[in-house]
Design a protein around this ligand. Structure first.
Ligand code: BMX
Length: 282
């Protein structure tokens, strides 16, 4: 794992790390200011990175929620998650601010790479990582190569259609997996402030919301297997790693025909997956 600094800018929280000898030697986390524009986001990162000892031209891997195209432009696919982000040239701005040694990629794709090489996906030829968190993100690693695309949309499995609902999605689609299974969707259906409260409340309504999420993710796993012929799927994210969630997904997946079932495991790098995968060549 390459030494340097990493940023994981998610829809709910932002984490920064100083990485040495492949290990996180310093880490900090704070709530993402989802209404901040890009220059404010950069200022926030600069302040915290400086406090961690970052110096211009140090290696810096940045993983962000959202779509990053081949030119390094940053878009929110779900505009509700990051309403101020719409195609800004983030990679160029980061390099102007922090030096040439900066790389930029989607957060779930970074997590998929880390889990495939260092974590739950090690040894799996055809591997997929799912994060169930503010949104539902994903990354597919086939025989060690991350599936990518010039438009940056590859891997955005949260925007596949699901039969478990027809709610509007911030992507402009309806009935997406994200609109049914994400932390925000669970909170909305459970009537709680966030998904953490839904897991804590144990009300009938909250349990139904969590179970519907697990059902939609189980169906997504079977669908992805039909496309990629998967050997293993790792699930991460605040919802994905919540106590009791993955067993619910597995129980629903067991109702699929055996051909479409996939071994499901928790992301072993936990909330650090994207940080550890953000620096290329790691
Ligand atoms: C959304 C999308 C993905 C992201 C996923 C998980 C936006 C802003 N984000 O599907 O790019 O990987 O959420 O993101 O459209 P998180 O914010 O839950 O980490």
């Amino acid at each position: 794992m390459t030494d340097g600094f990493a940023v994981d800018l998610g829809g709910t929280k932002t984490a920064l790390a100083r990485i040495a000898a492949g290990r996180i030697e310093a880490r900090l986390q704070f709530p993402t200011d989802r209404l901040a524009g890009i220059s404010e986001q950069i200022d926030i990162l600069a302040r915290h990175l400086g406090q961690m000892g970052f110096r211009r031209d140090d290696r810096l891997g940045v993983a962000v929620s959202g779509r990053v195209d081949a030119a390094g432009n940053w878009y929110a696919v779900n505009s509700e998650t990051l309403p101020q982000i719409g195609g800004e040239p983030l990679l160029g701005i980061l390099r102007t601010s922090f030096g040439r040694n900066v790389s930029l990629m989607n957060d779930a794709a970074a997590a998929a790479l880390a889990e495939a090489t260092l974590g739950a996906g090690a040894g799996a030829g055809h591997f997929a990582y799912l994060t169930v968190s503010t949104g539902v993100g994903g990354g597919v690693v086939l025989d060690g190569r991350l599936l990518n695309s010039r438009n940056g949309l590859a891997g955005h499995v949260g925007f596949l259609s699901s039969p478990h609902g027809d709610a509007c999605c911030g992507s402009g689609r309806t009935g997406t997996v994200e609109s049914i299974a994400s932390g925000r969707a669970i909170a909305r259906l459970a009537g709680t402030g966030d998904s953490r409260e839904a897991f804590a409340s144990r009300s009938v309504r909250a349990l139904a919301a969590i179970d519907r999420s697990a059902m939609a993710i189980a169906r997504l796993c079977a669908d992805l297997n039909a496309i990629f012929g998967l050997d293993r799927i790792a699930v991460g994210g605040s919802v994905g790693l919540a106590a009791g969630y993955l067993p619910r997904v597995s129980a629903h997946l067991d109702r699929e025909p055996s051909l479409f079932r996939v071994p499901l495991v928790p992301a072993t790098l936990g909330q650090n997956s994207a940080l550890l995968g953000a620096i290329p060549g790691g």
